[in-house]
Design a protein around this ligand. Structure first.
Ligand code: G3I
Length: 381
């Protein structure tokens, strides 16, 4: 029953798009994973409703279009390890099973982060900070339990997430304050020990801005020089129509590849809504008050912006494709626009349009633009 419903949904969505393209005289679309086969993985972050089979429409799109998945929230410390010694594996197990069923490249996100980590991790019974050895033990327990459980099944882990400030210095998180700078190296060593074959990523946002990129390059160079098993840098890619420039994207990928690491685009979305901040950031703790002026497309996206979004995606994918020797995957942060975190960040309740599939699960012009970028590269071979 479920299979036939999924197949029908997929077929209807594609029939509509094919008809629209034919009418416009364009080339018929292929699926994303077909278009990018042999180039790099093409992934999406999936939410709990998709991991558990409740969102059948989202699951149909995932199965048809993507060959990689990342867990949007289910593997974060506060969700999977909420209390000492208590692990919640139900949804993560379903997440991994979904990926295996569809023969996907499965990502684990994320092992060590300042955010979404329960207070108990850093504190003792009296509420004081624990000492370095205790925190290292807790980190080891967490990493070896998660990476060990999914050894050989989760192929890539975001080991350390967002350790840098916007100016490129190390963020003063409890990890840094209690353990010291080598908490990053330790996290990678523990992950490598638990699964020596897994790809191990340092993941961060806004690495295309000069100061933060410099800090990240210095960090990765130092880790590599120390023999720390970091294999990949994740450029999150929470982008906008104006940022980053294609030149900066290109220079950033080149700079990391020169350090001998691969590059993954791990959380791609393109925000078309007004920027409410003075800097380019994806810091989850930021909040901006609601204001209708900040939500200009509540009734739909104008065609002109829809086209601008498609062109922007085409430009970025050309850069990724030019670096296909080092880019291992490009993962979108969500399946449809309705799923995106950008509907609620930094302003709650906005109507956002950052992805390739609209609120009805229909492919947008940006979908066609991304597929075309791959077709163009393949036709040049
Ligand atoms: O599930 C609860 C729900 O029960 C509750 O009623 C509701 C009330 O606010 O909250 C729901 O949880 C929210 C969860 O998303 C699921 O929607 C959390 O409050 C909210 O904080 C959480 O936000 C996530 C955020 O990370 C913080 O973990 C976003 O979905 C997720 O997209 C975002 O992802 C991060 C990456 O992990 C790291 N890079 C930046 C990226 C975007 O912020």
């Amino acid at each position: 029953m479920l299979t036939s419903y999924r197949t029908k949904t997929r077929t209807a969505a594609f029939a509509a798009l094919v008809a629209a393209c034919m009418a416009a005289g364009a080339q018929a679309p292929t699926t994303l994973k077909d278009a990018y086969r042999g180039l790099f993985h093409i992934g999406a972050a999936i939410n709990d409703a998709q991991s558990t089979g409740i969102d059948t429409r989202g699951d149909a799109i995932l199965a048809a279009q993507f060959d990689s998945i990342s867990p949007e929230n289910a593997l974060k410390w506060e969700r999977i390890h909420p209390q000492p010694g208590t692990y919640a594996f139900d949804i993560p197990d379903q997440y991994v099973a979904f990926g295996e069923k569809h023969h996907m490249f499965i990502v684990g996100h994320c092992l060590v982060w300042h955010s979404q980590t329960p207070v108990w991790v850093f504190r003792d019974d009296k509420g004081d900070f624990v000492d370095r050895e205790t925190l290292l033990m807790r980190m080891h327990d967490h990493i070896s339990t998660l990476v060990g459980r999914y050894k050989g099944r989760i192929q890539s882990w975001d080991v350390v997430n967002e350790a840098l400030n916007e100016d490129g210095t190390l963020r003063a998180s409890p990890w840094l304050k209690i353990i010291g700078e080598d908490y990053i190296a330790k996290a990678f060593e523990y992950a490598h020990e638990a699964d020596p074959n897994a790809q191990l990523n340092y993941n961060d946002y806004s690495l295309e801005t000069e100061a933060k990129r410099k800090g990240a390059l210095a960090l990765i160079a130092k880790l590599k020089a120390q023999g720390v098993p970091v294999t990949t840098v994740g450029l999150q890619g929470h982008d906008s129509l104006a940022w980053p420039s294609l030149e900066d994207e290109d220079a950033t990928i080149s700079a990391f590849s020169k350090l001998g690491v691969k590059v993954a685009i791990t959380e791609l979305d393109i925000n078309v809504l007004p920027n409410t901040m003075h800097q380019q950031t994806a810091e989850v703790s930021l909040k901006v008050q609601q204001d209708t002026k900040l939500n200009p497309y509540a009734d739909g996206l104008p065609q002109s912006v829809q086209q601008e979004l498609a062109q922007r995606y085409a430009g970025l994918f050309k850069v990724f494709l030019n670096h296909r020797d080092v880019v291992t995957r490009v993962t979108f942060w969500g399946v449809t626009d309705a799923d995106s975190w950008l509907n609620n960040w930094p302003v709650r309740g906005r109507t956002s349009y950052p992805l390739l599939f609209d609120r009805n699960g229909q492919p947008k012009p940006a979908f066609q633009a991304v597929n075309q970028a791959a077709a163009d590269i393949k036709s040049m071979k």
